[in-house]
Ligand binder design. Structure first.
Ligand code: MTE
Length: 318
């Protein structure tokens, strides 16, 4: 979708996306059998036609979450990716098509009433689906704004029934050496893992994305389910999740294991706390390449600032 703008990031959110145009485009694509079409501007096959969850989309947008900038063009958000399991560069979208999506089982274990393994297709149909437009700020200082579909992570936490003693949620990505060539790089601490406190995981913003741009989420973006925690740097939002582990120990993530001095547990966005090797004051907007100021908590302070108000000694912003 092409959004015409003058000063892109400063536009009011009402101009960010024309809902009517967006919806009618979705309907049109559905009517045309979008699954057999090619994604605009790329040579990647859309996977909607063969996806057993395709009938669930599009879902109703939750208007509580608003943007201060236009939605990023789909072709940019789905062809400029970080997914190290498929390579250490941005152009992994083609390689990621090797990701095997079915069967896809999700393990819920650790400090829960009853450990379980649930098929993704069962899980998603138990969850309250909605669409949310969120900003995404990568620690590398680029950003995008996209319409995720999915469900609040809190719904999954409630479904998992953690014990009162559980304090953290550790999540793990699929790690399949047969389809993920990046796993050959054995110096990386696979599988890709990330963690949140339970207070963060049950914050209303924490979201599990199963769809993007009104369709099942593409493989390169983290199919069939990924995290979206928009007040944190993008590396926290792990892709292609296979495990939710409830624990009382603070998880040490993939990046923290690798370079703990640069990538910590909290990783909340803050323009005033530079990465040791570059400034975090501004960000490059994907698609337009404009440079715009970065906002504290990526602009989501009203939802999350309270989570951190009594944590003076913590490295909250890296
Ligand atoms: N999840 C996995 N499994 N592997 C990764 O390499 N990269 C992270 C995050 N999730 C990554 C991941 C980083 S650094 C970013 S910025 C976002 O995914 C990028 O998401 P996108 O490709 O949809 O923009």
């Amino acid at each position: 979708m092409q959004v015409i703008r003058k000063k892109a990031w400063a536009l009011p959110d009402s101009t960010a996306t024309d809902e009517t145009i967006y919806r009618s485009r979705r309907t049109l694509l559905k009517g045309l059998g979008a699954g057999t079409m090619l994604l605009a501007g790329s040579a990647l096959p859309a996977r909607a036609a063969s996806d057993p969850t395709a009938d669930l989309y599009p879902v109703q947008r939750n208007l509580r979450y608003r943007l201060d900038r236009p939605i990023t063009d789909e072709k940019h958000a789905t062809t400029y990716n970080n997914f190290f399991e498929f390579g250490s560069h941005k152009g992994i979208a083609k390689e990621a098509q090797a990701l095997k999506l079915r069967p896809w089982e999700v393990r819920i274990d650790g400090m829960v009433e009853k450990e379980m393994t649930v098929g993704f297709d069962d899980l998603i149909r138990r969850m309250p689906l909605e669409e949310r437009v969120y900003r995404h700020r990568c620690v590398e200082a680029w950003s995008m704004a996209v319409p995720w579909s999915g469900f609040a992570l809190k719904a999954l936490v409630d479904f998992a029934k953690p014990l009162g003693s559980a304090k953290y949620l550790r999540m793990e990505t699929q790690a399949d050496p047969d389809t993920m060539p990046g796993l050959i790089q054995t110096w990386y601490p696979w599988p890709y893992t990330e963690g949140l406190t339970l207070a963060e995981a049950t914050n209303e913003l924490a979201f599990i994305a199963t769809g993007l741009y009104g369709k099942p989420i593409p493989k390169q973006s983290g199919a069939p389910l990924r995290l979206a925690v928009p007040w944190k740097y993008g590396f926290k939002s792990l892709k292609s999740i296979v495990r939710f582990h409830f624990t009382d120990e603070r998880p040490v993530s993939f990046w923290e294991t690798l370079i703990g001095k640069e990538y910590g547990f909290w990783a909340n966005v803050n323009p005033k706390v530079d990465h040791p090797r570059w400034s975090q004051a501004t960000e490059r907007v994907l698609g337009t390449n404009e440079r715009v100021p970065t906002l504290l908590f990526n602009g989501y302070g009203e939802f999350v600032a309270d989570l951190y108000k009594d944590m003076k000694g913590e490295r909250l912003y890296m």
